[in-house]
Design a protein around this ligand. Structure first.
Ligand SMILES: NC(=O)c1ccc[n+]([C@@H]2O[C@H](COP(=O)([O-])OP(=O)(O)OC[C@H]3O[C@@H](n4cnc5c(N)ncnc54)[C@H](O)[C@@H]3O)[C@@H](O)[C@H]2O)c1
Length: 429
């Protein structure tokens, strides 16, 4: 693994060494340590004058402590120079090895929103699996840095483009993710969010129709609104306020699903609809106001953790690698109905805040970081339309895709804390 301090155990105490699986004729398995090397970049500080000219071999030695196996070769580093308050990033000397697929197995895959949090992890996985991947993104909330380790690779292409405008390409599969996903971002320009959901999906469905590509849209648990049934299964029609501050996103995704099934019924486009529940992991924007990133950043800075409301509202959180497993599985399955993809382990927000604080403290203790004070959990008024309860019923995913989450919230949080901690140390957040 990239950071040898992390040993990942699943719910049954078994070590997780690979993600993905061979299902529906599509082998999506990759070793976790190679994948992790792509997002947990080591950060060094050149400490004193005597170390100013840290020799290359000494640096490699340092680096090897982080990266087990051969992954150090494929991992860039950030090195801080305190004397000049400057940072240098190393470029990769070689790309991580990708599977060599026969031309008949290799797919041309378009990922819209591929520079975002979920998209970049999907791109990593599809690239390691040996496919031709094109990322389409306008960088509204995404960033080139999330996929920069693939730029220049013969199987990879990156296009700056807004999905509200038509786009032509030849492809076999389209993962349509482009859409801001966090409330501050989708509320920043509500009209644009609706346009992205409606026109963006219309354009990508048109492309799927022309190229006969299979089309998967990342819809959301927000289509259920503030649900009256608990947990929510896919047959529940939802309870959404059509004019509230969240409507641009919720209703945008609902109409995107309507369009998707319209193209399926009228034009025989092969469609897949994933309804994603709260997901977290490395590369999530730390300032997007989502509860996981808020809590981790607050705890790492030694600030109090803010809970909105009385903390009794519940949420379930799934780790990014489970979601990517589910998306790839759904794309390659025969399931055309909407499928919930989420982790059903429910926490109250209050309990979750305590858990985040415990894990941040564990990582700080392991790294020998001294805390100046202990973060407290504080309570503030709840925002409008914030759903009280949300938990996925994932029976359909279990039965139809043979998929279920493997990562415990604790294991996922530890990786994410280490990721944010390294980013803070290198000054990039
Ligand atoms: N992360 C979650 O918990 C979650 C939950 C439910 C659904 N989803 C869905 O998953 C998808 C990805 O979410 P994310 O968490 O990675 O969000 P994100 O904001 O990190 O990624 C969205 C990406 O889409 C790009 N984008 C936005 N508008 C665009 C446009 N008009 N044209 C081209 N690119 C555009 C952004 O720049 C960004 O790279 C979204 O469709 C979201 O609705 C995510």
């Amino acid at each position: 693994m990239a950071d040898s301090r992390i040993k990942t155990l699943d719910k049954h105490g078994q070590e997780i060494t690979t993600v993905g699986f061979d299902r529906f004729g599509f082998d999506s398995e990759v070793p976790l340590e190679g994948l992790r090397a792509l997002y947990l970049r080591p950060h060094y500080v050149l400490k004193s004058d005597s170390q100013k000219s840290l020799r290359d071999d000494a640096e490699e030695e340092e680096h090897a402590k982080f990266a087990a196996g051969n992954n150090a070769l494929y991992q860039s580093k950030s090195i801080y120079h305190p004397d000049t308050n400057a940072i240098s990033y190393t470029t990769l000397t070689r790309f991580p090895p990708v599977k060599l697929l026969a031309p008949t197995q290799r797919k041309r895959i378009l990922v819209t929103g591929g520079a975002g949090f979920v998209g970049s992890h999907l791109v990593d996985r599809l690239m390691l699996l040996g496919h031709d991947v094109t990322v389409l993104d306008n960088f509204f909330t995404g960033s080139k840095t999330t996929v920069s380790h693939w730029i220049g690779h013969p199987n990879f292409e990156m296009v700056r483009h807004d999905v509200v405008e038509p786009f032509m390409i030849e492809c076999d599969q389209i993962y349509h993710l482009a859409c801001p996903a966090s409330p501050p971002h989708y509320q920043y320009n509500a009209v644009k969010t609706v346009k992205t959901s409606f026109l963006g999906t219309l354009n990508m469905l048109g492309l799927a129709k022309r190229t006969k590509a299979r089309f998967l849209i990342t819809s959301t648990s927000e289509v259920y609104g503030d649900p009256e049934v608990h947990p929510q299964n896919e047959d529940y029609w939802g309870h959404v306020n059509p004019i509230g501050p969240r409507a641009c996103y919720d209703e945008g995704k609902r109409v995107a699903e309507t369009l998707t099934y319209g193209y399926m019924r009228q034009d025989n486009v092969q469609v897949r609809v994933a309804r994603i529940f709260n997901t977290y992991g490395p590369r999530m924007n730390p300032f997007d106001g989502r509860v996981v990133s808020n809590f981790i950043m607050q705890a790492l800075r030694g600030e109090d953790l803010t809970v909105y409301g009385d903390g009794k509202q519940t949420r379930s959180f799934q780790y990014i690698h489970d979601l990517i497993d589910g998306l790839i599985c759904l794309m390659n399955s025969d399931e055309t109905r909407p499928v919930n993809i989420g982790n059903g382990d429910e926490f109250t927000i209050g309990e979750f805040a305590e858990l985040v604080r415990e894990i941040v403290e564990k990582v700080q203790d392991e790294d020998g970081v001294k805390r100046t004070r202990r973060s407290e959990v504080v309570y503030k008024p709840i925002p409008t339309d914030d759903p009280q309860k949300r938990r996925p019923d994932t029976t359909r995913a279990k039965e139809s895709l043979k998929w279920q989450p493997r990562w415990t919230v604790r294991m996922g949080l530890e990786e994410m804390v280490r990721y944010y901690k390294a980013k803070m140390a290198e000054g990039s957040i």
